[in-house]
Design a protein around this ligand. Structure first.
Ligand SMILES: [Zn+2]
Length: 79
């Protein structure tokens, strides 16, 4: 991914590999080592179109995942 400026703050976008929480057809899949551009100032992530397609393709294979986690789901209210 080539360097460019953040469209929100003008910061420099740098290539990184991150863990992405990706929703696909109402299922949540955690995908590691996703190549993205990250703004050094505000942290905004930029995905290439091919990367987003790959995330969907990986999510479609999620039944074969070797690792699973359970996560709490909460409403925005404190009891
Ligand atoms: Zn930014």
């Amino acid at each position: 991914m080539k360097e460019f400026e953040c469209e929100y703050c003008g910061g420099v976008i740098q290539p990184k590999k991150v863990t992405v929480e990706h929703w696909y057809e109402s299922k949540l899949v955690i995908i590691r080592d996703v190549p993205v551009g990250v703004c050094g100032e505000c942290g905004e992530r930029y995905y290439e179109a091919a990367t987003l397609e790959q995330l969907d393709a990986i999510a479609r294979e999620s039944e074969s995942a070797q690792e699973r986690i359970s996560v709490p789901v909460m409403a925005f209210a404190l009891s």
